[in-house]
Design a protein around this ligand. Structure first.
Ligand code: SAH
Ligand code: F3S
Length: 434
């Protein structure tokens, strides 16, 4: 009988892919069956995120809880960014943890899984870190890392510390990997990296000359691949050639993440983001002009050290001007190994909280207007999941979640759907062609 694996994935898309990668590697050693019942698992893995403090604090109470409910002899492993930044300290604070595996080291899972108190958190460059695992949660979609690590030094961000230097993966390997996924039924690929449009700046051993735009052109030649998504690009590297490729290439889904962080040029400088409010607005205007059907999503941090009311007004102003279709917003959280944690002018939590709720309230109004306007619109929806009650779920080209009545025969198909009902988070519709 195969062993059972319970795995919890927190944080970003990179972590979701790392989880697949760990499952693939484990299965190469011996078969594991996934379970959602903690008490039945032989192996429990928490794939952590350390971008903000809250989830890190939660980790230790969760380990305690898991240790109490696990079956006898079951192992607990902590993987991901918190594993990278706390390393051995995790085992010191929670000796019930059997192994610690950093975000850069997931391909080494089989080497640590049977070693009591193993800690593998090096961020040195290592070829094996991009050996691709053969496992996908969803057969209709593939996630592929195009680069690992991050070379930026945004002053609020712990990721360069946890994931190490940025290294691009040779394009031929990527084409091979995506072709394999397409051959086994995936029509869509999500290209992943902390900074995807910095692709090609540095390879491990290859001396290939290619940038992100070139990679998109190369990947779109793969026969049978119909949709390309990517996350996350950096606003600084959104040159005209890239935006023109985004707008004109029919395989590229018209959904783009443009992480703002702050609308204030002074704060952007303190964050070391490398662009100004004007540049950001100019890039979004260019997207709206070249590609009016595109949706733009963003990340915003509120209460970064030194944020004045007028800095915050700049953020609100960008929201008014761009009208993001999706916004992920957070209160600034000081992180270890970051410059901003040492800044003197930290913002009072109550002020940050009030600004965050003002921002979110205004965004909700904008979102309601955007979603209400969807009534009657026809979207091409790629169905990849069944839901209870004879419903199928999929994404429109511009990234909206759409439900229709339907069953298996819709899965893996891209179908025209007319929207009949709207809400803030999703749309309902009817299939109009097949
Ligand atoms: N380059 C990555 C960023 C990873 S972190 C990407 O574009 O996906 C994801 C988001 O978390 C960031 O865009 C930022 O908005 C938020 N974040 C990072 N560090 C933070 C901190 N210290 N406090 C609050 N939010 C933070
Ligand atoms: Fe973090 Fe900035 Fe890189 S947000 S992941 S340091 S681009």
């Amino acid at each position: 009988m195969s062993k059972k694996l319970f795995i919890e994935t927190l944080g970003c898309a990179m972590n979701v892919r790392d989880t697949e990668h760990m499952i693939a590697e484990l299965n190469q050693k011996e078969p594991y069956e996934l379970t959602e019942e903690l008490s039945q698992a032989d192996l429990i893995i928490i794939n952590t995120c350390s971008v903000r403090e809250k989830p890190v604090a939660k980790l230790f109470s969760e380990i305690g809880l898991f240790n109490k409910h696990k079956k006898e002899g079951a192992k607990i492993g902590v993987a991901g960014c918190t594993a990278s930044h706390l390393g051995e300290e995790i085992i010191k604070r929670a000796p019930s943890v059997d192994f610690v595996l950093g975000a850069r080291n997931v391909s080494k899972i089989t080497q640590v899984v049977d070693k009591k108190h193993a800690v593998e958190v090096s961020t040195d460059y290592d070829e094996s870190t991009y050996a691709f695992g053969e496992y996908r949660t969803n057969p209709f979609k593939a996630m592929v890392n195009i680069s690992i690590g991050c070379d930026k030094s945004c002053t609020f961000c712990i990721v360069p510390h946890t994931r190490g230097d940025e290294i691009s993966i040779p394009s031929d390997l990527l084409v091979q990997e995506i072709t394999k996924a397409v051959d086994s039924g995936a029509k869509e690929v999500m290209l992943l990296g902390q900074n995807v449009n910095n692709y090609g700046r540095r390879f491990g051993s290859s001396d290939e000359k290619i940038d992100f735009t070139g990679l998109l052109q190369k990947i779109s030649k793969i026969e049978g691949l119909e949709r390309i998504r990517f996350t996350s690009p950096h606003p600084l590297h959104m040159d005209d050639a890239f935006l023109e490729e985004f707008a004109s290439n029919p395989k590229i889904c018209k959904q783009i993440h443009v992480p703002l962080q702050s609308g204030s040029t002074a704060l952007l400088k303190a964050m070391k983001r490398g662009y100004s409010k004007e540049w950001f607005l100019n890039r979004c205007e260019k997207i709206r002009t070249l590609c009016p059907e595109a949706t733009i999503s963003t990340d915003i941090i509120v209460g970064f050290p030194g944020e004045s009311e007028s800095d915050f007004e700049d953020t609100m102003d960008v929201l008014e001007k761009v009208r993001f279709e999706q916004m992920f917003s957070f209160k600034y959280s000081p992180r270890p190994y970051t410059e901003a944690a040492e800044f003197e002018n930290q913002i009072d939590d109550a002020i940050a909280g009030e600004r965050l709720s003002r921002l979110q309230k205004r965004h909700t109004q904008i979102l309601d207007e955007i979603m209400d306007a969807q009534l009657g619109v026809v979207h091409k929806v790629y169905f990849d999941e069944l839901k209870p009650g004879n419903r199928a779920a999929g994404r429109s080209d511009d990234g909206k979640l759409v439900f229709v009545e339907g069953s298996e025969e819709l899965l893996g198909k891209i179908v025209d759907v007319q929207i009949t009902k709207t809400s803030r988070g999703a749309l309902d519709g009817v299939v109009i062609t097949e």
